[in-house]
Design a binder for this molecule. Structure first.
Ligand SMILES: [Zn+2]
Length: 374
């Protein structure tokens, strides 16, 4: 059936933000350029991970040391990322009337020419706090490993982002939606006594509430920072051997499929180290039916406000979960490095970096581009 499109509608359509989001599949040679993090994920000596394997209870010196680790890394190694903190306070059932402070760390890279309210941000999230009890708990899979992994992802795409943005300049000059990336390292995910709506998710609840209220200045594509989140990718409980991560949300199954495909292609090219008993970390690439259940975690306050969520958490949880065994010695480093590769591919594809990654030694300039417009 042919329906004439009124001229007014065409005029309105041209005023809408241009569709800036394209997800470009990496070529086989680009996949082989994806770094693994190497010894940086060593639990005792690794530059990214080892400093985090201490108790990080909110409001304690360990928590401050973890934050310093993040901030120093970005300030010294990745100075193009903006670093901000978001603070809130709350009482907890374990600490009585004393207010505990919770500090989220926000790391962001937007196109250099873009106004903050015009950037749709791929948002990568993990929590860095640890359980109040048992005393001395260091939370390696919960979630130091995920924090280290996100630092690695930022480092791995940083130069390519610079090259891409220098190459494309200010796009077509019409303004509209731009694409950026941000990392949220959240505080206060854990319950202090037992999980309730009030005793959990202290940092993410405060941040989601604030980002729902504050308005971008002037005329902007996105009214609030919350609306500027294109996808909320939450990593949790990663780093143990043999993980199996399901697709929990039908509306973001397409993103899960991209992540699962990244794993499959890396495995097919022999670029992953682990041999999981589960076969795949992300087995649901072809899945078509969904259960209603999902795991309560930092995404909930965002999900409740309409943000699209991809939750990368294994079920069942690792056997060491919430025990003193959740330490560096119980991590499976090859699994962690494989997650680092898979997530880096996902982010590089999202940010359309295929042409801008560092060539591996002896790498040919292979032309292979397959573009999925969203
Ligand atoms: Zn936990």
């Amino acid at each position: 059936m042919f329906t004439p499109i009124p001229t007014l509608l065409i005029a309105l359509l041209t005023l809408l933000p241009r569709p800036a989001l394209s997800y470009t599949t990496l070529s086989p040679s680009s996949l082989s350029r994806i770094p693994s993090g190497g010894s940086d994920f060593d639990p005792t000596t690794g530059a990214l991970l080892a400093p985090l394997l201490i108790p990080r209870v909110p409001g304690t010196p360990g928590s401050a040391a973890a934050r310093r680790h993040f901030v120093d890394f970005f300030a010294s190694r990745l100075p193009r990322w903006t670093v901000a903190t978001h603070n809130s306070t709350a009482t907890t059932p374990a600490t009585g009337a004393t207010l505990v402070s919770f500090t989220n760390v926000i790391l962001r890279r937007d196109p250099p020419w873009a106004a903050p309210g015009d950037v749709a941000r791929l948002t990568l999230v993990a929590h860095y706090d640890t359980l109040y009890r048992p005393e001395g708990f260091v939370g390696a899979v919960d979630s130091a490993a995920s924090c280290a992994l996100l630092m690695h992802v930022a480092r791995s795409v940083d130069a390519a982002l610079t090259r891409r943005w220098e190459a494309i300049g200010e796009g077509d000059g019409l303004g509209g939606e731009e694409v950026g990336v941000q990392i949220l390292l959240l505080d206060g995910e854990e319950a202090w006594e037992s999980w309730t709506e009030e005793d959990s998710l202290y940092g993410s609840r405060a941040l989601a509430e604030e980002w729902d209220i504050v308005r971008h200045e002037g005329v902007s594509v996105f009214e609030t920072p919350l609306k500027a989140i294109s996808l909320f990718v939450l990593l949790d409980l990663l780093g143990a051997a043999d993980p199996s991560v399901s697709s929990y949300f039908e509306n973001t199954h397409w993103a899960y499929q991209k992540l699962s495909r990244a794993e499959r292609r890396l495995r097919e090219q022999g670029l992953l180290e682990s041999k999981p008993k589960t076969g795949r970390f992300l087995p649901d690439e072809e899945r078509h039916s969904f259960s209603r259940g999902y795991v309560l975690d930092d995404h909930v306050p965002f999900l409740q406000r309409g943000v699209d969520v991809l939750h990368v958490i294994p079920t069942p949880f690792p056997a060491v979960w919430h025990t003193m065994e959740d330490d560096g010695a119980h991590l499976d480093v090859p699994t962690l490095r494989d997650w680092a590769r898979i997530m880096t591919v996902f982010v590089a594809e999202w940010m359309d970096l295929g042409d801008y990654l560092e060539p591996a030694p002896g790498d040919g300039q292979e032309e292979y581009r397959e573009r999925d417009e969203l």
